[in-house]
Design a protein around this ligand. Structure first.
Ligand SMILES: [Mg+2]
Length: 197
């Protein structure tokens, strides 16, 4: 059923916000190349530049393999966090496509359905997230956060080594995200556990 947006609409990114893409990717790059990168090495949103040509070629093949996006682990607190946001408004998953993978969008939708019971109308695939018409964006990409906030829109930045200094309300994890959203959208500030009552 299509929504008439009767309540605040929250856009939530997937990789780096709900799903842990970096750890499994770096593990598989290590298995293929013998070169070990760690999360703290990813200090820019530029995997290709940081990994270098050989490891980036391996990473691209891993990312493009059917099923990769289907089996990513959840980040800590994501389940409780989405439940809390849904008590405050409508959650839409706003995710950028990865064109070299023939199954990325399908894998992503299935992953979101499994973990968050997301319906097709809850998922948007957008390379330019400013085209999403929502009241808030939770993201970890500096480019997306900069484009979104440049338009005067509210963003929450899920903190990672690759987005230090990017705009948006800084969140160390899902409890911070929920607190920031609750403070700005009319509910009493609370953590995920409290909103489950
Ligand atoms: Mg992301």
């Amino acid at each position: 059923m299509l929504s008439t947006h009767p309540c605040p609409v929250f856009g939530v990114d997937v990789d780096g916000v709900l799903a842990d893409l970096v750890h499994p990717l770096l593990d598989r790059v290590f298995a293929r190349t013998g070169v070990r990168f760690r999360t703290d090495d990813i200090v820019r949103f530029d995997l290709a530049g940081i990994l270098g040509p050989t490891c980036w070629d391996a990473a691209r093949e891993i990312l493009a393999a059917p099923g990769f996006a289907r089996n990513l682990p959840l980040l800590t607190g994501a389940g409780e966090g989405i439940a809390s946001l849904r008590s405050l408004g409508r959650v839409v998953f706003v995710t950028a496509p990865f064109a070299p993978s023939p199954t990325w969008a399908h894998d992503r939708a299935a992953w979101l359905a499994e973990h968050f019971h997301a319906q097709p109308s809850d998922v948007v695939s957008l390379a330019d997230k400013t085209l999403f018409c929502g009241d808030l964006l939770v993201d970890d990409s500096p480019a997306q956060l900069e484009a979104w906030t440049r338009l005067g829109r509210l963003a929450v930045r899920m903190r990672h080594p690759w987005n230090a200094g990017a705009p948006g309300i800084a969140a160390h994890g899902w409890e911070d995200v929920v607190r920031a959203v609750a403070e700005r959208f009319g509910a009493v500030a609370s953590g995920p556990a409290a909103t489950a009552q």
